[in-house]
Unconditional design. Structure first.
Lengths: 466, 801
């Protein structure tokens, strides 16, 4: 067995198993822009699969209304941007066809992730937030080149999204004869040339507000699930991309639990040959090492506190389990820190990638100054009450509705009110194609209702302290 | 003005009646054409709408409903969905009728995709009932309330009769379809999904998404409404397209006939217009009166003609539609028929008013001197017609009747006269003129009579030529349909036999006497991978396919290797393919194969949506495909003998696909439709001939009376009139044939199948038949008019002199 083949099989075995649950951490919706949905929305009134401009969606009061006072702070949330190197061999897009829970392994719009992030940033800048929180899964596969691409887009300036050799080389290229992949040059709705355009350098606007990031499981784990290993790195930086899957393998894929060993057995025991194509190798595709994200954002750790004003405190909690799996892990030290940071007379807002664990929520329950716990990961817009405060989750840029979220914290006669509304990205250029494809995706955010209901989007959440 | 017009029409009852008959005859053609054309052209869409035919039908191996619905419900652009379980090759029987090819369709809740046209639908949750397809009900004479035995379900009561245009009707389709409820089963999983789309024009988008979520579904196949329509077209052969195209041509012909006829009628009445001008009427008033008069004549005639034409073909058209499993137009046909009537009236009015207005703008004297003929004397000055010029001519001595011989000389001199002799100076008989007693002279006299008024002669010839062209076209059409049914060569096939034969016997088959070549033919219906709504057929031969199928190359070159494809022009047009393009074919079961287009061919089969390849790539994707064995025979070999030998080798005979059904009932209906249209066209021909003869006889009334006064009997008069008839019929027949060969045939071919070259040129036999038929009609018309002429008192004609 040649070294590349061995590496490929090992990688495939590991990732196949791990990715049985990749979608779990990801099976949620997309994000936003262009304008505030307080002014106009994007809807599909004729249900033909294509979005049109719709009416504004005004704020709906939730909780016990109280007289509104001054604005304390405004901030935005971007989450699950999943900036990706869609040409990377360290991906398993061929699992997408199996359906749940692999639906996030390939997306028709995946080649346009950097352009979509740029469009979302432009839209968020237009809202003039005092701060922006980026709540994890900034990249898709924890690759070094994905991190650099995301950073460049967030900071603004010239961005080169291409990887490997010049131009696109991957499963969506026009000469691909695999009909399970959307090929923009031919398949309906056809966008000839879009794939090539997506590889060209562009100038990103960059966030204008201070950025407060968090990492997610996709930022530090291969496909958001598996600890980086040398085998995976070898595969990621190699020149062979697996493109298809033998249907006979279907019954042998573990779907109920993350089980790399079982997947390996299924993969190797079956002695199947997975079709592949040669792609240009790229060393920058190696997976990020320990501390790389911290260094990139010049932070010691991703548990930190920001006092946005003398009346508002933001606390971030790093929920990523670096041993593997997309499930949240908050260790006792983090819980203790959280408890300490909440012990303040400021209004407190907690940010995390995964929704907080029950243990963490119990701590929040004890602090009457908590206004909201805001997370990502689910790709779904959702707002639910928990006691006095609110749990907010926000859609991703990877899936429909590709929205980001704005917040405005206001004083009220009885405490505070957190106003929040969705922001659609501006849809300019490839970002528009990205949203169109995300909406059409039969495994994406539309059928999974990631946009949420009205009460999950533009709402005024009252928090009464008294 | 209407009163004046009515009075004028009453004053010339004969002519009015003749004109009305002309409009009626042409309207007959219009009525039949509109009825056939509209019913068939809109049949599929109308039926699809009424029956709520789904925009997409997906077939697959049985799947738990919940599992398949999870995938289907996620599709974009989806308005509604429902499911079916289709069980094929089931036994059905009722009374003495039975079939082993029953398609028992279990319908789940939701939209049905069929329309109940009699009785009521089966009720979800109830058992013991069945809805039968209308084709089955008609063929087996089943009615609501009758019993039907359905395999696995026992005897069921027929609750309703339904139409679903997703296939042609039984027995044109071999399967007999019935519908039962889900409650008939203890447990049943769907194998068919019906999808209705919010925007059917975006079906490709939905299908692209559907494809991406169908991994692992066995025997998956999508078919869109477009695909269904093509399949139906394939099942019925190219007949429907041809009929619709023929109807359009017949309409065109009828329009020409109407215009020519109306124009001729006005030309005949120019003198009257001159008198009106002389009396002080303005051109506008004259034209308006002409318009009113022609409208008063055309309206009832058009309505009657169109109504009769529609009734004439209503039944066969309905039968044809029923055979296609479509629904009749019903009251919606009234719209097009009314429009057609309005168009006929408008055409007649325009064709009559325009020349009247043109003529009336000239000075009255000029009109009275011969209308537009006076403008072009054409060296008539030396012609001699003194004795026989009709009434408007100058005074002559009463009571001095010329002898028969004198009359004959004078008659010969009338050649150059205008229709009324107005303005044509008198002249003397030429010295070369022979006596009138010879039949040839009388016949020639008739020819001269007919051609003297050039404009009218031309109009009559044009009218009959169009009729003759249409008739020739019908004959060519019938001949083509016959060939399409029986001769595979018509669709480019060079083999005569197709069999299922073990590959080990191929060499033995090749060695049979009379066998020129034997090959394996693979065929699969697929879809264009990038536009999934476009169905295509792939045909593969190892090696050179032109040994067995040789469609003419329109562009590019023949395939040279397994990566290349020759595509039919129909497919190339639908998919925008050209030599050098890539054809990506989505194979049922999920695979995709790609080929480089080497050439484009004119193929008739499958509406031209067919492509020829070598089988290598196809077999990589579908190794389970089994080929048909095709056999090309030596010239003059008896196929039956070779067939027997092949059967001895273990072969089972298969039909050689042509482009036309051989269903007897269907063809009988088709023949009835063509007969209806043919009858209408024949009537127009006869009318035009009678009109030409009548008008000529009327104009030459004096001359004819003179002939009779000098002893001419019915035969003599008949000979003169026969000359008139032949002068019109023969050039018309020749022009008609030319028209068919150069205009109608190519036009119908283009309209019916732009992707192929349909051989619609008339044969020598057909041409002879047309000419012979016209001559026969001429005889008929001559006899009719001669009888009328002979019944008129001689003195009446002489008095006019």
């Amino acid at each position: 067995m040649t070294a590349p083949r061995a590496a490929r099989r090992a990688f495939a075995a590991t990732v196949l198993a791990a990715l049985a649950f990749a979608a779990c951490g990801d099976d949620s919706p997309p994000a936003a822009g262009g304008d505030s949905t307080l002014r106009s929305t994007l809807v599909d009134p004729d249900r033909d699969g294509f979005l049109d401009a719709g009416p504004a969606e005004p704020l709906t009061d939730r909780g016990t209304p109280s007289r509104l006072g001054e604005t304390l702070v405004t901030f935005g949330q971007l989450t699950d941007t999943h900036v990706r190197d869609e040409e990377s061999p360290a991906r398993v897009p061929f699992l997408d066809r199996i359906g749940t829970p692999f639906t996030s392994t390939f997306r028709p719009q995946e080649a346009f992730s950097a352009q979509t992030l740029d469009a979302a940033i432009r839209a968020l800048n237009a809202q003039r937030p005092d701060a922006v929180f980026l709540t994890g899964d900034i990249t898709d596969n924890a690759q070094r080149n994905e991190l650099e691409l995301a950073l460049a887009t967030l900071e603004g300036g010239r961005v080169n999204p291409d990887s490997g050799g010049p131009g696109y080389r991957g499963v969506q290229q026009p000469d691909s004869a695999d009909p399970f992949y959307y090929r923009p040059d031919f398949d309906a709705p056809a966008h000839p040339g879009a794939l090539a355009q997506a590889q060209r350098a562009f100038t990103a606007e960059g966030l204008k507000a201070p950025l407060y990031p968090l990492v997610g499981n996709h930022d530090v784990l291969a496909q958001g699930e598996v600890q980086p290993t040398e085998q995976i790195n070898a595969y990621a930086t190699g020149d062979e991309l697996i493109t298809a899957l033998d249907p006979e393998l279907l019954d042998q894929l573990p779907r109920a639990e993350i089980d790399a060993q079982r997947a390996t057995a299924a993969l190797l025991g079956n002695q199947f040959f997975l079709p592949s194509v040669d792609v240009p190798a790229d060393d920058t595709r190696r997976l990020v090492g320990s501390g790389e994200w911290e260094r990139a954002f010049r932070r010691e750790r991703f548990d930190y506190t920001v006092d946005l004003t003398d009346r508002v405190r933001a606390i971030t909690v790093d929920t990523v389990n670096r041993d593997g799996t997309s499930r949240a892990r908050i260790n006792p030290d983090q819980l203790q820190r959280l408890d300490e940071q909440l012990d303040t007379d400021r209004h407190a807002i907690v940010f995390s990638h995964n929704p907080l664990t029950p243990e963490a929520l119990q701590i929040l329950d004890r602090h009457p100054n908590v206004v909201a716990a805001i997370s990502g990961n689910s790709h779904r817009n959702r707002v639910t009450p928990r006691g006095r405060y609110w749990l907010v989750s926000t859609s991703s840029l990877a899936d429909f509705p590709q929205q980001s979220r704005m917040f405005r914290l206001r004083e009220t006669a009885d405490g505070a009110a957190l106003e929040t509304w969705m922001v659609d990205h501006d849809g300019r250029g490839l970002a528009g194609i990205s949203r169109e494809l995300a909406f059409l995706d039969a495994q994406g955010g539309r059928p999974q209702r990631f946009a949420g209901e009205r009460q999950d989007r533009n709402v005024r959440l009252f928090v009464n302290v008294s | 003005m209407i009163r004046d017009a009515l009075a004028a029409l009453r004053a010339r009852r004969g002519r009015t009646l003749l004109a009305a008959l002309g409009v009626l005859a042409a309207s007959l053609v219009v009525g039949t054409s509109v009825t056939v054309g509209y019913s068939l052209a809109t049949g599929f869409q109308r039926s699809a709408e009424q029956a709520q035919l789904p925009d997409v039908i997906a077939r697959f191996d049985e799947q738990p409903r919940r599992r398949i619905d999870a995938r289907v419900s996620a599709l974009p652009n989806l308005e509604a969905r429902s499911y079916r379980f289709e069980d094929l090759n089931e036994d059905l029987s009722a009374g003495l009728n039975s079939t082993g090819k029953g398609a028992v369709t279990t319908v789940f809740n939701g939209r049905r995709g069929y329309k109940v046209v009699e009785g009521r639908d089966i009720r979800d949750g109830s058992t013991g009932e069945v809805v039968v397809e209308r084709g089955v009900a008609r063929e087996w004479d089943l009615r609501v309330g009758d019993d039907l035995f359905v395999e696995e379900h026992g005897t069921l009561r027929i609750s309703g009769i339904a139409v679903s245009p997703d296939n042609v009707a039984f027995p044109l389709a071999s399967t007999a379809r019935v519908y039962v409820t889900r409650a008939q089963h203890r447990r049943v999983a769907p194998n068919v999904a019906l999808l209705w789309l919010s925007d059917p024009d975006k079906a490709d988008v939905t299908l692209a998404q559907a494809r991406s979520v169908t991994f692992g579904l066995g025997k998956l196949q999508f078919i869109t409404r477009t695909g269904v329509e093509i399949l139906l077209s394939q099942a019925a052969g190219i007949v429907i397209s041809l009929l619709i195209a023929f109807s359009l041509v017949a309409l065109l012909a009828a329009g020409t006939m109407l215009a020519a006829s109306a124009h001729a009628d006005v030309q005949r009445r120019l003198t009257g217009l001159g008198v009106q001008r002389a009396l002080g009427f303005g051109p506008g008033r004259i034209a308006a009166q002409q318009a009113v008069e022609s409208a008063l004549v055309a309206l009832p005639a058009a309505l009657a003609g169109i109504a009769i034409g529609a009734l004439l073909v209503a039944r066969p058209a309905a039968e044809l539609i029923a055979a296609l499993n479509e629904l009749g137009p019903g009251a919606t046909l009234l719209g097009p028929l009314t429009l057609a009537a309005a168009a006929v009236v408008a055409l007649v009015v325009a064709a009559a008013t325009w020349p009247a207005w043109r003529a009336a703008r000239r000075p009255p004297v000029e009109i009275l001197r011969g209308g537009d003929l006076a403008k072009r004397p054409r060296r008539r000055t030396r012609a001699s017609a003194t004795a026989l010029q009709p009434a408007a001519r100058g005074p002559r001595t009463r009571g001095t009747s010329p002898s028969f011989g004198e009359a004959g000389s004078a008659l010969r001199g009338s050649r150059a006269a205008g229709p009324h002799g107005v303005g044509a100076p008198t002249g003397r008989p030429t010295s070369s003129d022979s006596g009138p007693h010879g039949g040839g002279s009388l016949f020639g006299l008739g020819v001269r009579f007919a051609t003297a008024a050039r404009a009218r002669w031309f109009a009559a010839v044009a009218t009959i030529a169009v009729c003759a062209g249409v008739v020739t076209l019908m004959l060519a059409l019938a001949s083509l349909l016959e060939r399409l049914r029986e001769d595979p060569g018509t669709v480019g096939k060079r083999y005569q036999l197709a069999v299922q034969l073990d590959s080990s016997q191929l060499d033995a088959a090749r060695a049979l006497p009379g066998v020129a070549d034997v090959g394996e033919r693979y065929s699969i219906d697929a879809a264009d991978s990038f536009r999934l709504g476009e169905p295509i057929r792939l045909v593969a031969y190892p090696g050179d396919h032109t040994r067995f199928e040789n469609p003419p190359l329109a562009e590019g070159r023949r395939i040279a290797n397994a990566n290349e494809v020759e595509v039919g022009l129909g497919m190339a047009d639908a998919l925008g393919l050209r030599p050098g393009s890539t054809l990506a074919a989505q194979i049922p079961d999920g695979g995709e194969v790609r080929f480089k287009v080497a050439g484009i061919v004119r193929a008739l089969e499958n509406d031209g949506r067919i492509a020829w390849i070598q089988p290598d790539k196809l077999l990589e994707t579908r190794p389970d495909l089994t080929p048909q064995v095709v056999v090309r025979l030596e010239p003059n070999t008896d196929p039956a003998t070779v067939t027997r030998e092949l059967v001895n080798l273990g072969a089972s005979l298969q039909p050689v696909g042509a482009a036309q059904t051989d269903n007897a009932a269907f063809l009988a209906v088709l023949a009835a439709v063509l007969r209806g249209v043919g009858l209408a066209v024949g009537l127009v021909c006869l009318y035009a001939l009678i009109q030409a003869l009548t008008v000529t006889a009327r104009e030459r009334r004096g001359a004819v009376a003179l002939l009779r006064a000098t002893g001419a009997d019915a035969t003599t008069i008949g000979l003169v009139l026969a000359g008139v008839a032949v002068a019109v019929a023969v050039p018309a027949a020749i022009a008609g044939v030319v028209l068919e060969l150069t205009v109608f045939g190519p036009l119908v071919s283009r309209l019916a199948a732009s992707f192929a070259s349909l051989p619609l040129g008339a044969s020598a036999g057909e041409i002879a038949l047309v000419i012979g038929g016209l001559l026969a009609l001429s005889v008929l018309a001559t006899a009719f008019v001669a009888r009328r002429v002979m019944s008129e008192p001689i003195i009446a004609g002489l008095r006019e002199e």
